[in-house]
Ligand binder design. Structure first.
Ligand code: ZN
Length: 171
């Protein structure tokens, strides 16, 4: 399960949201954060418009980097053309424009005058939920599944002949 919990404050209110990449986000594989509710999965609003407008409509995205097995942040305003300027994000005190940086539990993400904290991260790849190849016997009533390396000609449980490998999807 690849999911992440963010916390932030809007005026006196503490808000929190847990987003899973297995659920559908607006853009698959990406958690989009900004001020515009039509574009973002996490929407930053503030009763003071002077604070809210310091956050871009579509400001950053958080994605899972499978090579690093961790969540990364990317600034989506980085490709803005002049006269528009990229709107930096500050992650753990470091200004991020073009760089992509890993996030950790406790990471502080500052967008304009609003700040989010990464409260929890689940970056474990749940291998039990991935389809697996298994060998199956020809028993028409209740076929038996054996590991791929099972090399018997007949099923030791029922005696039916063993068939080839088949993909099993865990429910
Ligand atoms: Zn069998």
């Amino acid at each position: 399960m690849h999911q992440l919990t963010l916390e932030w404050a809007s005026a006196n209110q503490n808000l929190s949201q847990t987003i899973s990449l297995q659920q559908s986000t607006r853009v698959p594989g990406s958690i989009r954060i900004g001020r515009d509710a039509t574009l973002c999965d996490v929407v930053l609003n503030h009763p003071d418009p002077n604070i809210e407008k310091t956050v871009s409509g579509l400001h950053i995205e958080i994605f899972f980097n499978p090579d690093a097995q961790s969540f990364y942040l990317r600034n989506l305003t980085r490709d803005r053309q002049p006269p528009k300027q990229p709107n930096p994000a500050v992650v753990d005190g470091k200004k991020i424009v073009t760089e992509e940086v890993p996030l950790h539990i406790g990471s502080q993400i500052q967008l304009g005058r609003m700040a989010l904290t990464v409260k929890a991260i689940d970056a474990k790849t749940d291998t039990s939920k991935e389809p697996q190849y298994m060998r199956v016997c020809a028993n028409p009533r209740s076929p038996h599944y054996h590991p791929l390396e099972y090399n018997k000609f007949n099923c030791e449980v029922c005696g039916y002949v063993m068939l080839g490998a088949t993909l099993i999807y865990p429910s």
